[in-house]
Design a protein around this ligand. Structure first.
Ligand code: 8QM
Length: 399
């Protein structure tokens, strides 16, 4: 006898539509409250919004694969728009060698040498911004300018052209979603931008001392093949800019709008790191990622059929009241560890120590220079199929 399975809760919402991208809060609550897995009819997708189930799916790489793509497009049936990432869009065992190489190059220990230089870079940038006046848009002036300076320097690419990394990243993160207006907007330039990014991954385009050169040295050492090296460098250039731009914007927005938060950071600059992780929990710059079911997978009594896409709402899980007290509050007294803003399991963000070091450098310097930080006008959202972002964050600083 076949037991009758309970019908899955369904939703006809479009999580990639402009209304939900503008403010996903209400949709996230509906998703979590509807059940552990919700069928999104519009895309024939299986969505998870509760912390417990998102966490479990992220750590179960055997049932929920990445190799068929971590966007809506299923690589079993559709050709990817660019050669798949050897890290993000791969499963063990193929995933493991590139991951081990990057993990070592970006380890907390290996990047410590960058700390002093990044503090100096932050001082130069903050002085330059403040010299122009107390009011400015923190998105271009700080959140974009700082990562665009320090990260490509650390990878070892040229100064010229590095602003291309922003529209490249914007399209990459849109392309994980459906082929909507946001993808159409980025399409006309993507061939040119990809060609530029790919050219930066060549050995002779890279300085001899950066992360890029270390990836090539790992190929010489036999840890990965020489064919793999440029694609691994491409992962750094793909994942390392927009993510930190939006992470920095998130923490600046949080500190500018949470009463008392700036004063706490001023008094105890050691809070910079927890402030950043709490902002990554609270805002979840990477909102969503997909997996693909490798077989008929049963979750809480419901079956996700083989080959179907599962959409994990990191942003909803990071504000699940089943896991977090007062989840909507940005709270410097909270322990945000365990958030899934950097993912979880064997794909968990390999660049997270780099991101934290960037945030620590910028926030430490700002905390020294700025007595107060407040909004100078209403911020404006930037819509992206994957990222929670701001187009503009006008702030006023008193020195
Ligand atoms: C997202 O190309 C890549 O390897 C890659 C691209 C984007 C990401 C990660 C890896 C999660 C930040």
């Amino acid at each position: 006898m076949t037991a009758t399975l309970p019908a899955l809760p369904r939703s006809d919402a479009d999580p990639f539509g402009h209304d939900i991208l503008e403010d996903p809060t209400a949709f996230h609550a509906e998703l979590r409250d509807a059940g552990p897995v919700v069928h999104l009819e519009r895309y024939d997708l299986y969505a998870m919004g509760r912390y417990q189930h998102v966490h479990a799916a992220l750590t179960d790489w055997q049932a929920f694969q990445s190799g068929a793509g971590v966007g809506l497009s299923n690589f079993r049936y559709e050709k990817p728009w660019r050669p798949p990432s050897l890290l993000l869009e791969a499963d063990p065992p193929a995933h493991d060698a590139p991951r081990a190489v990057v993990s070592k190059i970006l380890s907390q220990r290996a990047i410590r040498r960058l700390h002093e230089q990044w503090i100096r870079d932050a001082e130069a940038l903050v002085d330059e911004v403040l010299a122009a006046g107390p009011t400015f848009d923190a998105v271009p002036a700080l959140a974009e300018a700082f990562p665009l300076r320090v990260f490509p320097d650390a990878v070892g690419i040229a100064r010229e052209g590095r602003e291309h990394l922003l529209p490249y990243g914007d399209h990459l993160f849109n392309a994980f979603g459906p082929a909507n207006d946001l993808v159409a907007k980025g399409a006309p330039r993507i061939a040119e931008l990809s060609a530029w990014v790919n050219a930066q991954c060549a050995r002779d385009a890279l300085t001899p001392d950066g992360f890029g050169a270390r990836i090539w040295a790992a190929a010489d050492h036999g840890d990965i093949t020489h064919d793999q090296a440029p694609l691994v460098v491409r992962s750094l250039l793909s994942a390392g800019v927009d993510t930190t731009v939006n992470g920095l914007t998130a923490v600046l927005y949080a500190l500018a709008t949470t009463p008392g938060a700036w004063q706490r950071l001023r008094t105890d600059p050691g809070l910079a790191r927890v402030a950043f992780d709490e902002a990554v929990r609270w805002e979840s710059p990477v909102q969503t990622f997909f997996r693909t079911a490798t077989t008929d997978v049963t979750v809480d009594g419901a079956v996700i059929p083989d080959g179907k896409k599962i959409l994990m709402f990191l942003g909803a899980a990071n504000r699940d009241p089943r896991r977090w007290a007062y989840p909507e509050v940005f709270d410097l007294d909270r322990d945000p560890s365990g958030h899934v803003g950097f993912g979880m399991g064997l794909h968990q963000c390999v660049g997270q120590h780099v991101a934290r070091l960037e945030a620590q450098a910028l926030l430490t310097v700002l905390a020294r220079r700025a007595r107060t930080v407040e909004l100078a006008a209403e911020p404006v959202r930037h819509h992206n199929n994957t990222m929670r972002a701001w187009a503009s964050l006008p702030i006023r600083i008193a020195v």
